[in-house]
Design a protein around this ligand. Structure first.
Ligand SMILES: Cc1ncc(COP(=O)(O)O)c(C=O)c1O
Length: 366
């Protein structure tokens, strides 16, 4: 097969609709590796909403230092990290439990809900990594289409709940669309859902634009479970640290379903996370850079006549249809991967925000 044919097939494979967890994990890398016979040194990976600037210098140093204590179990360290996390939101360490990334905890909560049998209500499309396992455990999924402007349709989600609904999953800002719901609407939603069933609120991206967070409601609503991660603004996706904030009684119940609670992140990752929290300059830098790079991309989309949704995250959702050309294929010619679809038979694609320089390359190509 000629090189060009292989590349075209690769671009097609990357751009096609796929929810497989493998594809999430690889972010399109494997297909590219096969086509190119190795990862090119100039590869620009825009598939998994990773922070292109992280980890912070302080986190890197802390992680290196922690290698030497990795021979011991770090019983105290998880308490220190939970304490530090809880101070950011005015809670206690008993409001926090840690996981090896928030994915692990989304899995834990959805399996906890699945144990009660019934259904879960969630948007379509949204972040679905946890869904296949929950389905296998007996939780039916009731998916609710977004509004025409690609926002979570909170009212329709409420209308879709029935007596069998054991959990509602809401990703705010939503992945893959990047939209947020207003704080007042979210508070009403929390009150209506979490009064008698689990509301799993995924706030992986709130830090980028200070989007409304509902952490202040966890004491009032023990069914409200908020998932957060060090993988995004803190730039530590590979270190695998995430956490849940919830009422202490909820945290205790969840921990009963784990062989060893709070043991997911390694000593190296926990030390990195603790240092990352203190490095506020780095977080501010990442926010600024993300905003600049996103604005640049959106300006490029405007000039190229590509409609897009205003994003409050580190990725942008856009409609490739009016552009005419196959955008993933075009980007792959310059070793840029990541534009992919999350809706069946749809021309809407998501692209992660990279550095300003990387976005200049994308815009230059368009
Ligand atoms: C909305 C959302 N939640 C959770 C995650 C998982 O993050 P983690 O790396 O903490 O498992 C992601 C990762 O892309 C995400 O987009």
């Amino acid at each position: 097969m000629k090189r060009r044919q292989i590349l075209q097939q690769t671009a097609f494979a990357i751009s096609t609709f796929a929810f497989s967890r493998d594809l999430f994990a690889q972010g399109g890398m494997e297909e590219f590796r096969v086509a190119k016979g190795g990862i090119p040194p100039d590869l620009i990976k825009l598939s998994a909403n990773e922070n292109p600037h992280g980890p912070s210098p302080l986190a890197k140093k802390a992680m290196l230092d922690a290698v030497s204590v990795s021979n011991r179990y770090q019983w105290d360290m998880n308490g220190q990290l939970r304490e530090q996390i809880s101070q950011m939101t005015g809670h206690t360490k008993d409001h926090v439990t840690l996981g090896a990334g928030s994915s692990e905890l989304l899995g834990l909560v959805s399996l906890w809900a699945a144990y009660r049998k019934g259904n879960v209500v969630a948007s379509e499309p949204t972040f679905k990594l946890w869904m296949p396992a929950a389905r296998k455990m007996g939780l039916d999924t009731k998916l609710v289409a977004l509004t025409p402007d690609k926002h979570n349709d909170l009212q329709r989600m409420l209308d879709t709940m029935d007596p069998q609904t054991k959990m509602v999953y809401l990703c705010n800002p939503n992945n893959p669309t990047g939209t947020v719901s207003p704080a007042a609407d979210l508070e009403t939603f929390v009150k209506k859902v979490a009064s008698d069933r689990i509301l799993l609120l995924d706030e992986a991206y709130t830090d980028y634009f200070d989007s409304p967070s509902m952490v202040h409601l966890v004491n009032e609503y023990p069914n409200l479970i908020i998932a957060k991660t060090f993988s995004k603004i803190y730039g530590m996706a590979g270190a695998r640290v995430g956490y849940i904030l919830a009422h202490p009684s909820t945290i205790r119940q969840l921990n009963e379903y784990q062989a060893w609670a709070n043991s997911g992140p390694s000593a190296v990752s926990m030390m990195g996370a603790m240092a990352a929290i203190t490095d506020r300059d780095f977080v501010a830098y990442c926010k600024t850079q993300n905003r600049k790079a996103k604005d640049l991309l959106c300006l490029g989309f405007e000039k190229a006549g590509i409609p897009f949704i205003k994003s409050y995250t580190s990725f942008v959702y856009f409609d490739s249809k009016p552009y005419g050309k196959n955008i993933p294929e075009l980007l792959a010619t310059k070793n840029i991967i990541g534009a992919r679809s999350f809706e069946q038979n749809s021309t809407w694609l998501r692209l992660s925000i990279g550095t300003v320089g990387e976005m200049e390359k994308v815009v230059g190509l368009l």
